[in-house]
Every structure is written in C-alpha cells, then in structure tokens.
Ligand binder design. Structure first.
Ligand SMILES: Nc1ncnc2c1ncn2[C@@H]1O[C@H](COP(=O)(O)OP(=O)(O)OP(=O)(O)O)[C@@H](O)[C@H]1O
Length: 734
C-alpha cells in the first residue's frame, strides 16, 4: 500500500513517488471519495519558459481530446500556484523499459501483442495528425505487469520539447530509439515514429536494441555504418514476418521505411483477433465542447502515405499547440519546405545527415546512465549562440539550445533576436564603375572597423528569401575564380549558384557550393584556433555544421533523383573543385567526387559532418563555463571577408599579385556565402538581409570581382610578355 504523503491535490490524496521526468515528478494518488488509483504528474511551471508552457498546453490539449485504451488517459488537470498537475490513469505495470529489464527478450507472441497495441495507439495519433517523436519503452506504460497488459502511449512531446537534444545530450546520452533523421536534424515526418517502433520491436524479441553507442554520435555512426540489420545468433527462431517487419521499420531512409498503412497491415500484426484496430477509430472524445476531428476511417492509402511524408522542422515546438513538436500540421505548405521532392525513392539505403543539436545537461533526473558514466562528455555547460545574445552575457548553463540549426524560432521569440542588416543609405561604397578602373579604391577602410552589418531588429521575424536580385553584378561573376583559392592557379570561375542570389536548384551544384563555403569558413575556424580564439572558432564551427547539414539535407531529400540523374559533367565539376588548397580541414573526405555515385557522396558528406561535429566538441570542451558572450558567426565571417579584401588591396599595392588574388577570392567566397547561402541555412536565428545590405554585399563582391579580373588580365599580359620574351630568347639561341 502506498505511503501517503498527506498531501492533497484536488480530490486526490497523494501517495508515493513513482517516477520522475526532466521537469516532472510522478506520484501515485487516490481519489479521496471513490478511492480510484491515479498517477499525478506534477510539473513546476516556474521551470518552464513560455514556449515550454505552450508545449505543455499542447500536450494537455492532445490528451484531453483522445480517449483510447492505448493512449494514456488524462482524467483531470489541476492547477495550483506555480504548478500543474496532470491526473492520469494509473498504469500499475510501470513502463515498458522496466518490463524489458525484468523479462529480457519476450516471446514473439508477447511482442506481437504489444506491437498491436502500439499500432492501435499510433493509429489514433495518425488520425489526429500527431507525431510522437520520442517513442521509447520509457514512454510506453503498461496497465498491469502481465504479458497481456494494455500498452499505453504516454508523453506527447512535452518532455521532448523540454529536452531539445543538444550537444550535451548528444554527447552524453544515447537515444537508442530515435530515428536517424531526427538525430541528424533532418526534416522528418511521421515515419520517424516508425523507426522507434522498429527499435522497440527489435528489443522486445532480441533483448537488445538494434544499434548501440555510448553517445549519440557513436550511435549515429553505428547506424550509418551498418549495412544490414543484425539479429543476435540466439534469435534464429524468429518468424520471417517478425524479421521482415524489423527490417522494414529500421530502414535508415524514411522514404524506404514502411508507411503507416503498410505497418498497420503487415502480416506480423495481422492477427487481429487479439486486437481490434477499429477501436482506434473510435478513440476520440468530445471535451470542453471541442469536437474531435480527423477520425476518418475512410482515409485512403494514398492519402496516408502522403501524410507520412509531411515534414516539418525539427523542434518546431514553439508556436503554441499547433506548432508543438507533436502536432503535425496538416497543411500542404508543410509538405516540402525544402522544395524538394521528398517522395523520391532510392534503391539504396542511404545514410542520412547528421547535424547534432547542441544542448545542455541540466536535469538531475536523467535516466540515461551514460550521462553519468561518460565523463568525457560531461557537459555542464550550455552555450547559447543565439545571435540575440550577441551582446548579452550568456550563462553557459543556460538550457537553451546552442545553434539548433534546425530550429526556426517562433515569431514571438525571434522578435527581438533576429538580426537584419542595417538599412539606410549604403556607405563606403564606391560605384562599380568608378571602382573598376582604380586599382586601390577598395571599399574597405583599413583603419576603421567594418561597418556593422548585422543589427538587431524587431521588425523581422523570419528568414527572408533573397529575392529581386536582378541582373546585378553577381551575374557577371562567371569568370571569377572564387572557388579556387590555390595561389598558384588562376582564379577559375565563381560559382554563384544560378548566377543570381539564389543558391542553385541543382543538387550537385548546390552541394559543391556548400562544400566550398564550408571549406573557406573552415579556414577561419583554424585561424581562430591558432590565435587562441576558441569561442569565435566554435561559433563559426556551428555555421559550418549548418552548412553541412544543408548539404546532407539535399542528399537526403532530393538528391536521390537529382544526384543520380545528374549529368556526369556536374559530378566531374564537383570533383574538380576538390583541389581547394585551403580545404585542409575538409579535404580528406570529400575529395574527388567524380568517381562516386550519389550514395557515396552522401556518405562522404555524412562522414565529413561527423568530423565537423567532433571538432565542435573539441572546441566546446575548451570553452570555460561561466558567463560568456557568444560571438556572432555571421559578423565574424563578414569581418573576415573585409579583412581579406583589405589585405588583398595591400598585396596589390605591393605588387604581390598572386596573394592579392587569393585574398580577394577568399573575401568574395565569404561574401557570397553571406549573400547567397547563409540566408538559406537553418540558423538560429535565421539570417535575414535587408535590401540595402544585399546591395552592399553585391557591391563589395562586384568590386572584388573587378579587382580579380584586373589581376587576371595583368597576369595574362605579363604571361604573354614572358612568353614573348622567352620566344625571343629561344629565337636568339636558335
Ligand atoms: N500514468 C502513469 N502510471 C504509472 N507510472 C507512470 C505514469 N506516468 C508516468 N509514470 C512513471 O513515471 C516516469 C516518469 O514519467 P514522466 O512522464 O514524468 O517523465 P518521462 O517522460 O519518463 O521523462 P522525461 O519527461 O524526462 O522524458 C515514467 O517513466 C513512468 O515510469
């Protein structure tokens, strides 16, 4: 019999504690009149910021709508000062993780029973357009501790949004059931839940998780490296159906993974006697005058498959109930925010990308043992790189995510955190025509700090697509050479995507451009490391992660058709660009891509990305906890571009044409990155450029390109002169 604490919450007498989560304590309790046993989840509201409070409300909203035997039932919600108590049906059997701990592997029949129950619960979620995102045994509660217990899905995204996966968790925890696309911060869809289902099934029947790793990085590496699903030797008796279901659920590529309909209809679950799926269709209830919706038995398969592929940004948990992590917006606009065809099928099991989000270890309630075990990654610190904190001291223990490159802030929060470029009349800008013929009239004032490009704004809340770049000088850069910074070579051609301010829509061209950006910016990181500016290096490194994440995203989503169907010539171009001299940081992996197919390119990018994460880890370790100000990577990059421009000017004055060209090229690449790629990256907050700043960037690029052209013609003419004199010499000698 539970020991009562003597505390009363509403009509309930609170008993012993039965569990705890990151932001909650769960108590066993009884109704003081009828004695009904319940679980009370107590949440301290003062620990939640506004966004999290909204997520909690979203969870409550979801729970109140649903009445189904396989979804934890919320009986009541009781508010008290500073606290919210969710009165939940009591699950005597505890959670499935305890069951698995106690039983090890379970007979297939038991696994099938749990899977059927889970499928029924998931069907309700599907009907309500809810993605759970964090399905794992700990979130599956059991009505009893018997084999035929009812399984109930619990924890709808609230805890998930409370614990955005971040660096610390990335490094210290191991989300054994999390879909790789979520780990990689890809856009993901409802199928992410199906990966988790596969991992849970695998564990039920084998007694162990399909993939392991002491950290999220290791786990991800293991998932990526594996070519097929390995069942332990002692699991030979598993039915073909069971093995087949595990394999089809645990496909890395969500496109290849089973759809929900296929899952629901899989032969392993087809024994319906023990469970009636149709119950799930009746699961909604009317509450608070709110009519349930979305229960549509007639939904056809096509519709369901399409919805499986609805994507939304990771951790889009910020805009109230509908924007909560667990609420799948059923709008067509969500279908492909990337603009790529997510339905593209591939023959291969492609490895996905892997940006890992940076967060904290703040909770004392971690259930993940590795956290404690892994001192190497003890990461008591949280560095907030949000640009909004650029000039504000940021406590390293802040629990906000670091870069969260996948995050798009909600409008309210980003009101005061987005930076846009200062509007107003362009300053220090020579006209293109005047600058073109005057060798030293470059727009970089060497003695004064560069004009501050990035500024706070309360007027911009969302990434602004670059539009309206018409017929500007950018289009003239085809002859520039920014991609090739090797001093000994000519300056080649500058890849500006489609020669406008939009990145190329061609996947390989875009990847190539991103790769070049990453390589150039990587130089900055190394320069900063060498001059012991770890914090700056770290913040820039996060931008590099965002770049690779974008590349991975391209591979992952469209690529498949884009890469495979791409002309060889483009692949070769990608290969040729590997001669970047300054690509030391990245060069070993992404080398000559011309020899590789799309799958290999994708895995190379993944490996590269993981390397970059490792560097970020290293840098993060060297940062002292405490109050610190996170530099703004975009500003740093801009300043570096100006420095290169200035230095190029100096070199040109000194007659060092080769180095002048290199400096100009680097400056151009960084500026092009800011103009073309950076606004398209998923940064937190996103980078928005005003027209005047775009104009300024274009003008700088234009100026530099003219200088480069000038240098090139100078080289050509001196080369011709040299040739002429050599010929004369040879003639003389002959
Ligand atoms: N209705 C319930 N009946 C019985 N036990 C429960 C119930 N709800 C939660 N528990 C127990 O309490 C534990 C903590 O639950 P809670 O939902 O607060 O956190 P969590 O989701 O497990 O963790 P986190 O919030 O960190 O993800 C659960 O793992 C489970 O063992």
């Amino acid at each position: 019999m539970a020991q009562s604490t003597g505390r009363v919450v509403g009509d309930y007498l609170v008993g012993r504690q039965i569990g705890s989560g990151s932001f909650s304590v769960v108590w066993e309790a009884r109704h003081r009149v009828n004695g009904t046993q319940v679980a009370i989840k107590e949440i301290a509201m003062d620990r939640l910021n506004k966004k999290l409070q909204e997520s909690l409300m979203s969870e409550i909203f979801i729970l109140r709508r649903i009445n189904h035997p396989n979804i934890i039932r919320m009986i009541d919600m009781i508010k008290s000062p500073g606290k919210i108590h969710l009165v939940l049906e009591y699950c005597k059997g505890g959670d499935l993780s305890v069951y698995v701990q106690n039983h090890g592997s379970v007979p297939e029949a038991t696994a099938k029973h749990f899977m059927q129950q889970l499928a029924a619960g998931l069907q309700v979620l599907r009907d309500n357009n809810i993605i759970h995102r964090d399905l794992k045994p700990q979130n599956l509660l059991l009505s009893t501790d018997e084999n035929d217990a009812d399984l109930k899905i619990a924890d709808f995204g609230f805890a998930r949004s409370l614990q955005p996966r971040g660096l610390a968790e990335t490094l210290c925890g191991s989300p054994l059931y999390m879909a790789p696309e979520i780990m990689q911060l890809q856009k993901y869809d409802a199928k992410a839940d199906l990966w988790s289902v596969g991992a849970i099934l695998f564990q039920l029947v084998t007694g162990r998780t399909p993939f392991t790793g002491n950290s999220q990085i290791q786990l991800l590496q293991n998932i990526i490296r594996s070519t097929e699903l390995h069942f332990p030797a002692d699991c030979k008796d598993l039915s073909l159906d069971c093995v087949d279901l595990c394999q089809k659920l645990l496909r890395r590529n969500p496109v290849e993974r089973l759809t929900f309909e296929e899952f629901f209809n899989h032969p392993f679950l087809s024994d319906r006697q023990s469970y009636d799926f149709s119950r799930s269709r009746l699961g909604l209830r009317t509450m608070d005058g709110f009519l349930s919706s979305g229960s549509s038995p007639s939904r056809n398969m096509e519709e369901s498959s399409q919805e499986d592929c609805l994507t939304f940004l990771l951790d889009d948990d910020s805009s109230g109930p509908e924007g909560s992590p667990s609420y799948l917006k059923n709008t067509s606009s969500m279908k492909s925010s990337s603009g790529f065809n997510v339905d593209t099928r591939v023959e291969r099991r492609e490895a996905e990308s892997s940006p890992l989000k940076y967060t904290e270890v703040t909770s004392g309630h971690s259930r993940i043992n590795q956290r404690e075990e892994n001192n190497r990654f003890r990461f008591e610190t949280q560095i907030n790189s949000d640009r909004r904190n650029l000039r504000e001291p940021t406590r390293l223990t802040d629990s906000r995510s670091l870069i969260a490159p996948e995050r798009v802030d909600d409008s309210q929060d980003s009101m005061d955190q987005d930076y846009v470029l200062v509007s107003g009349p362009p300053v220090d800008m020579p006209s293109s025509s005047s600058s073109s013929s005057k060798p030293y009239n470059f727009p970089f004032k060497s003695q004064s700090p560069p004009v501050e490009l990035f500024n706070r704004s309360i007027s911009s809340t969302a990434p602004m697509p670059i539009i309206g770049a018409t017929g500007n000088s950018i289009g003239q850069f085809g002859s520039l050479n920014s991609q090739n910074s090797a001093p000994s070579t000519s300056h080649g051609s500058l890849d500006l995507g489609d020669a406008f301010e939009q990145p190329s829509t061609h996947s390989l061209t875009r990847i190539r451009s991103l790769r070049k950006c990453a390589a150039t910016i990587a130089e900055l990181v190394h320069e900063r490391i060498e001059s012991d500016k770890q914090l700056e290096a770290f913040s820039i490194q996060l931008a590099i992660l965002a770049i690779w994440k974008q590349a991975l995203h391209i591979c992952h989503t469209q690529a498949i058709s884009g890469l495979e169907g791409s002309p060889n010539q483009d692949i070769n171009r990608l290969g040729r660009s590997s001669s970047l001299k300054y690509d030391t940081h990245n060069s070993d992996k992404i080398t000559d891509l011309s020899h590789y197919g799309s799958e290999e390119i994708s895995s190379q990018i993944q490996r590269q990305f993981i390397q970059e994460i490792e560097l970020a880890e290293e840098l993060a370790k060297s940062i002292e906890p405490g109050n610190t100000t996170m530099p703004d990577a975009m500003e740093t990059i801009f300043e570096a571009a100006l420095d290169h421009g200035k230095l190029g000017g100096v070199k040109e004055v000194m007659g060092d044409i080769e180095n002048a060209g290199n400096q100009y090229s680097k400056a151009v690449r960084l500026l092009v990155f800011l103009l073309v790629e950076a606004p398209m990256l998923i940064l937190n907050p996103p980078l928005s450029l005003t027209n005047s700043v775009r104009y300024r960037l274009r003008t700088y690029i234009d100026f530099l390109s003219r200088r480069l052209k000038h240098l090139q013609s100078h080289r050509r003419s001196s080369g011709a002169q040299m040739q002429g004199s050599s010929l004369a010499m040879m003639n003389k000698h002959s």
